[in-house]
Ligand binder design. Structure first.
Ligand code: PXL
Length: 270
């Protein structure tokens, strides 16, 4: 499959575009990139990082692609730092997708009850516009709360999760995959298409690391585009994250991301 991913390049820090590319390759897909910005590092835990916004470059790149008749089987959006970019993304969705092409929205904008540094209401509104026309959205619990105007709860009752799933689906998307669902010391994801719920949980690993949400989404998208069942997809994604954390946590110098490369390497060196 030919996927276009629109998210930032955080040069150092193992997240967004730099993890989507190797992970999606691992599932046999070609990934084209439209970088939303270039940052020296991601914005979680580093001080004085640099940001170069690429909004002005987007219409030029898109118009060149259109002149070359370039089209995509899937569109996958992640972290977007400038709200002017949502119109460009929706234009791609409307005019550059192959028949049956799928639109995946990871509204990567918040975690642990808070928006990421520098992101505000206009990003939430733009992400919501994309959720209206998405085939799959992949929010974590915090993002789900911002998208649906629900107050964030540290403790997730079954009723809270079910309310979030209904409200997310009501945004317009065909499918919801809610990540970071925690129950009884376990953590995982729950998928909902309005009829069926599929939930996969694994023992929660500590600590939590930056970028795991981006890796999780990329594994899920890689599997869905390979026609795997939702159960197989969520099993693979949760194991991938558990294994990545286990590869990382003995190294106290590596707190900014996970060593997912070792997981891929071990899969293929067997
Ligand atoms: O992992 C999500 C992400 C992506 N890109 C940038 C970020 C973050 C999370 O903080 O800062 C630039």
């Amino acid at each position: 499959m030919k996927i276009l991913t629109v998210q930032d390049i955080s040069c150092y820090g193992q997240c967004s575009t730099t993890v989507a590319l190797p992970v999606l390759s691992n599932y046999g897909h070609e990934t084209v990139i439209l970088p939303s910005a270039i940052l020296s590092t991601h914005t979680g835990g580093f001080k004085n990082f640099t940001v170069h916004d690429l909004t002005d470059e987007m219409p030029k790149i898109i118009s060149h692609w259109k002149s070359e008749n370039i089209t995509f089987d899937a569109l996958y959006t992640g972290y977007i730092g400038d709200a002017r970019q949502f119109d460009y993304i929706l234009d791609i969705k409307n005019s550059m997708m192959n028949k049956g092409g799928l639109f995946f929205v990871d509204p990567a904008m918040a975690d642990h009850g808070k928006m990421y540094y520098g992101l505000g209401e206009e990003i939430v509104n733009g992400m919501r516009r994309m959720c209206e026309v998405a085939d799959y959205i992949l929010p974590n619990i915090t993002e789900a709360c911002f998208l649906t105007g629900t107050s964030y709860q540290e403790v997730q009752t079954e009723e809270f999760i079910n309310t979030l799933l209904e409200r997310l689906l009501a945004l317009g998307t065909k499918n919801v995959i809610l990540t970071g669902y925690e129950v009884g010391g376990q953590i995982g994801a729950i998928a909902y298409d309005g009829k069926n719920k599929v939930c996969v949980l694994k023992d929660k690993q500590i600590p939590s690391y930056h970028g795991t949400g981006d890796i999780f989404s990329s594994v899920i998208i890689g599997n869905i585009l390979n026609n795997k069942s939702m159960k197989e997809t969520l099993d693979d994604a949760t194991s991938f994250i558990v294994d990545s954390i286990l590869e990382t946590r003995s190294d106290s110098t590596h707190g900014y991301g996970v060593k997912y490369e070792q997981v891929i390497y071990k899969k293929y060196s067997k």
